[in-house]
Design a protein around this ligand. Structure first.
Ligand code: NAP
Length: 331
């Protein structure tokens, strides 16, 4: 096992080896590699805590799927989501963070307090003195043909991220909840027309948002309707609509499809281990402590409200600083 401090500041520290019992012992493990996780890695690395990031199967989470980010401060010309994540990783590694790629956490045991046990789907077992959970949330997919292929090319799950690219365009919003109304209203700032396609004839959204949506002259509603397919060659050109009451199927031209049918926090792994709210989000206090001492959470796994790269970065920073203070206080 390394002592965690014997690495150069310009190259990643060597991987820690398992002890004789097959368990690899770490000071800090960060679960997840989105902006919150990679920022927590940067800060804990600079605090000389030699963090190990277990990245999951895809580095970067949701942000890596965003083709251009224009609201992340410091980049006036915008930047590609994947490029931002790659730079965050590089920056964390420069200070000694180690990023374990293509491996996801399959099991955690926080029940006995620190050190915590973490198992990965490639058969490794770790013990960590402190853990920062940053597993994010996943926008629900429609699971219709064309959706996956056209994601980032007209299909989006984030109006704040992508709305700007639909200036004077015709977009479709799917969903009838608060998110669909809020994001649909945001899209009216850019789009020439926003059609809300909802599977029922009444919205789920609260009355205030409903009223604002009904009053907005750019917004229209297509009731009792679902999308069977999203079409386009390189970018979205139309959708196939199906009226669930009449069965009528039609092709409807559109430049963009924004899907807001809910998000699910990626917190199943922590069921029975960490306190979660009724939506499944991990509950933290202002210092990003969970209910288990020594386990912190940051980013969309604990944030149902803001869901921005900038807020996740801030929460990752706060979690890392709290983690460092917590470890220092026990020593
Ligand atoms: P939500 O309330 O669960 O609404 C999801 C919407 O998507 C519903 O209208 C649902 O239809 C529809 N839907 C679900 N699956 C679908 C599918 N497969 N195909 C077509 N439509 C589908 O989710 P949300 O809007 O993301 O809100 C989540 C929580 O955050 C809610 O508690 C909400 O109040 C809260 N929130 C609050 C605010 C705010 O207060 N400003 C803003 C955003 C979110 P049905 O109605 O038929 O089920």
């Amino acid at each position: 096992m390394t002592d965690g401090f014997s690495f150069s500041l310009t190259s990643p520290a060597p991987q820690t080896e398992p002890d004789a019992d097959g368990i690899t012992r770490e000071k800090v493990i960060i679960i997840g590699s989105g902006p919150a996780g990679l920022t927590a890695a940067l800060y804990t690395a600079r605090a000389k805590l030699n963090p190990l990031v277990i990245a999951g199967h895809e580095l970067g989470g949701q942000v890596a799927l965003t083709h251009e980010i224009e609201n992340y401060p410091g980049f006036p010309d915008g930047l590609d989501g994947q490029a931002l994540v790659d730079k965050m990783k590089e920056q964390a590694e420069r200070f000694g963070a180690r990023v374990k790629m293509f491996s996801a956490v399959s099991e955690v045991d926080f029940s006995g307090g620190s050190p915590f046990t973490i198992k990965t789907d490639d058969g490794e077992t770790y013990e960590a003195e402190a853990v920062i959970v940053t597993t994010g949330a996943t926008p629900r997919r429609l699971n219709v043909p064309g959706e996956k292929e056209l994601t980032g090319h007209g299909v989006s799950y984030c109006a704040t991220c992508d709305g700007f690219f639909f200036r004077d365009k015709h977009v479709i919003v799917i969903g009838g909840g608060d998110s669909a109304m809020e994001e649909g209203l945001f899209l009216t700032r850019f789009a020439s027309k926003v059609d809300v396609v909802h599977r029922r004839d009444a919205l789920r959204a609260g009355p205030t948002l409903q009223q604002r949506a009904f009053n907005n002259e750019k917004m229209d509603f297509i009731w009792d309707t679902v999308i069977d397919e999203i079409k386009g060659d390189g970018s979205v050109t139309s959708v196939t609509l199906r009226n669930v009451k009449t069965g009528e199927v039609s092709d409807y031209a559109a430049d963009g499809v924004f899907i807001f049918i809910g998000h699910d926090p990626n917190s199943d792994l922590f069921k029975g281990q960490l306190e979660r709210d009724r939506f499944g989000y991990v509950i933290t206090d202002k210092e990003m402590h969970t209910n288990v001492e020594g386990v912190f959470a940051a980013g969309e796994i604990q944030d149902r409200i803001y869901r921005q790269v900038a807020t996740s970065v801030g929460q990752g920073t706060a979690a890392a600083i709290s983690c460092e203070r917590w470890l220092a206080a026990r020593e």
